[in-house]
Design a protein around this ligand. Structure first.
Ligand SMILES: [Zn+2]
Length: 138
């Protein structure tokens, strides 16, 4: 599944710091998704959670996000309701042999814990673009 680029310790630290930006129920769900993926031998790493309006605006301008109503922005509860998560060693490389299996497993794990996965988004971006996105369903 590709060469590890971060140590498990670095990966855990990164995940922990992003998890702190999530409301507790969603945090528990994302932890469960991570544990499930790790149980299957993957190395999920959260690369984004909370975004500022300035960061989101830059993404909309660059065409990589479509909305200023992103769940990555601080919601009324003070937390982000979305994370972007990829597998260490694969990242966004859709040519890597593990890419499709990982994207599918993350999507199914997210769905089984009641979260929305960008993998199932249709019409705007490609799977390559959106698979990383995991969103809280309230
Ligand atoms: Zn996202």
């Amino acid at each position: 599944m590709g060469r590890s680029e971060v140590t498990n310790k670095q990966r855990a630290a990164r995940n922990t710091s992003h998890l702190a930006n999530l409301p507790w129920i969603f945090r528990r769900k994302v932890k469960a998704i991570i544990s499930a993926l790790e149980g299957w031998g993957w190395r999920p790493v959260i690369v984004e959670s909370l975004r500022t309006r300035t960061e989101q605006k830059a993404k909309v301008t660059a065409g990589v996000s479509r909305t200023m109503r992103s769940k990555h922005l601080k919601q009324t509860d003070g937390f982000a309701h979305a994370v972007d998560m990829v597998c260490d060693g694969i990242w966004w490389d859709d040519k890597a042999p593990g890419f499709v299996p990982y994207a599918k497993m993350q999507a199914n794990a997210a769905r089984s814990f009641g979260c929305r996965s960008g993998y199932f988004f249709r019409g705007y971006h490609s799977v390559v673009h959106d698979f990383a996105h995991v969103e809280y369903q309230t």
